[in-house]
Write a protein that binds this ligand. Structure first.
Ligand code: MN
Ligand code: MN
Length: 451
């Protein structure tokens, strides 16, 4: 009798049929991340997907019938899918993922002209290595609210015949001083300026002719002026499409695997879920879950209260009996950077969806630490359903740290455990995951909400 524990490689264990299903799932996922590049776009696409599955919109005050599939949209940036019945007090099964990803946001007054260029000033969103975001094709997404209160959606640079935008880096020939700097200073925040144009307008009386020409194009296309940038939300994101990686196509490179590689499987799992299940797709995780669309906002608690009120259920009892998987990506062991990982306790690529009992930095500070009992319950569900899964800690104990929405859900008296897809090059413009882990996440989430 073998008493030892060993992780399993999905690709080694799975039969041909399972691998086929895994690869098919990846195709749907690639389509999703190619069009869901911001939280607004992800929210819109998830609503479209939900409608096709028979979900109807819920607004505060609406009546909910048992077994009904409903979705709730919060300010166009976060969305909650749910289906409940009278047995609500036995608790909900909740999947919580985030649909925002690190990116380069525009400043409020971004446009200026300098020596042949028109640039846009930016401020980055989320924890990025700034130098990685230079010299890659970037597209511009978001919304502009005009002075008269009307608004216009913007998306430039996704289709092949549209232009992209660009952040310059220094040529190595003159990079001697730059290359002696530490990583966070190789490119400074104020150097993340977006190349936006370079042709002069023929207006004789205008001083900044390139800027004038760009403004003319914007005005023709979107009916906006420079002042309208003051009330806009525009983000530059990588314009690259998701691609298979490796001769055997085992992996996917793409923008925003953090955390859309968990959001997509969570949504797909919820479509097949039993009653009393919920998927919360939130915004602002990358900047600390703040604001009216982040997990810290009371809106999610309000929604739960309204649902309870509808079924005359005791909301305290519902929360106490509910369980949540905080579906967020995990750091993946990278053999090229083995010194920062502790291999026995790191997620290994293609070894399945990863459970993280705890997060935080140093002494688990500011993290979430799930109970052995909860891990036990989830472990049993995964094992009973033949899920390929593993445990994962972020890295070496004193190497750094991080957190997810888990602690905010847990603070509502809901037992919460971090479970997600291991990611290589997390927060880079083009991240890497394994199709095996993506598919395992879907199967794991499905098992959790179908129980
Ligand atoms: Mn994340
Ligand atoms: Mn992140």
């Amino acid at each position: 009798m073998d008493l030892t524990y060993k992780k399993k490689n999905f690709y080694e264990e799975a039969n041909k049929g399972e691998i086929k299903k895994c690869f098919e799932f990846a195709e749907g996922y690639k389509d999703f991340i190619n069009s869901a590049k911001t939280e607004r776009e992800a929210c819109e696409i998830i609503v479209e997907m939900a409608k096709k599955e028979g979900f109807k919109e819920y607004k505060f005050g609406d009546k909910i019938l048992p077994h009904e599939k409903r979705y709730f949209v919060n300010r166009g940036k976060s969305v909650v899918l749910f289906r409940v019945n009278e047995k609500l007090e036995n608790g909900l099964r909740i999947l919580g993922a985030h649909i925002d990803s690190p990116r380069i946001d525009l400043k409020s007054n971004p446009m200026y002209e300098d020596n042949g260029f028109c640039f846009l000033k930016t401020q980055y969103y989320g924890g990025i290595k700034k130098y990685q975001w230079t010299t890659v094709p970037l597209s511009l997404h978001g919304v502009v609210v005009r002075r008269d209160g009307t608004s216009v959606k913007v998306s430039i640079g996704e289709s092949e015949n549209e232009p992209v935008f660009y952040i310059n880096d220094l040529l190595p020939h003159l990079g001697q001083a730059q290359m002696t700097k530490t990583g966070d200073k190789i490119i400074s925040g104020e150097q993340l300026n977006l190349v936006f144009g370079g042709m002069s307008s023929d207006d004789k009386d205008v001083k900044e002719k390139i800027k004038q020409n760009v403004l003319k194009i914007l005005n023709e296309k979107y009916n906006i002026t420079e002042e309208d940038f003051l009330s806009a939300e525009l983000s530059a994101v990588p314009a690259m499409k998701a691609r298979d990686v490796g001769l055997d196509r085992a992996f996917i490179a793409g923008y925003g695997h953090d955390d859309r590689s968990c959001a997509y499987p969570a949504v797909k799992a919820l479509f097949e879920a039993s009653d009393n299940s919920m998927a919360i797709l939130v915004d602002k995780e990358e900047i600390g879950s703040e604001g009216t669309t982040g997990m810290k906002c009371k809106v999610y608690e309000d929604l739960l209260e309204e649902i309870c009120k509808n079924f005359k259920a005791n909301t305290r009892l519902v929360r106490a009996n509910s369980k949540c998987l905080s579906a967020d990506v995990e750091s993946c062991y990278d053999p090229n950077f083995s010194d920062v990982f502790e291999p026995r306790n790191s997620a290994i690529i293609s070894h399945g969806v990863a459970i993280s009992k705890f997060s935080g930095t140093r002494g688990k500070s500011s993290g979430s630490d799930a109970s052995a009992e909860l891990v036990g319950i989830v472990r049993k569900i995964f094992s009973d359903n033949n899920i390929t899964w593993q445990t994962a800690d972020l890295g070496k104990v004193d190497g750094g740290g991080g957190g997810t929405i888990a602690k905010y859900v847990a603070s509502l008296n809901i037992d919460t455990l971090d479970v997600g897809v291991p990611v290589i090059s997390m927060h880079a413009p083009y991240e890497l995951i394994s199709k095996a882990d993506l598919y395992s996440a879907y199967l794991a989430f499905k098992a959790f909400v179908c129980e």
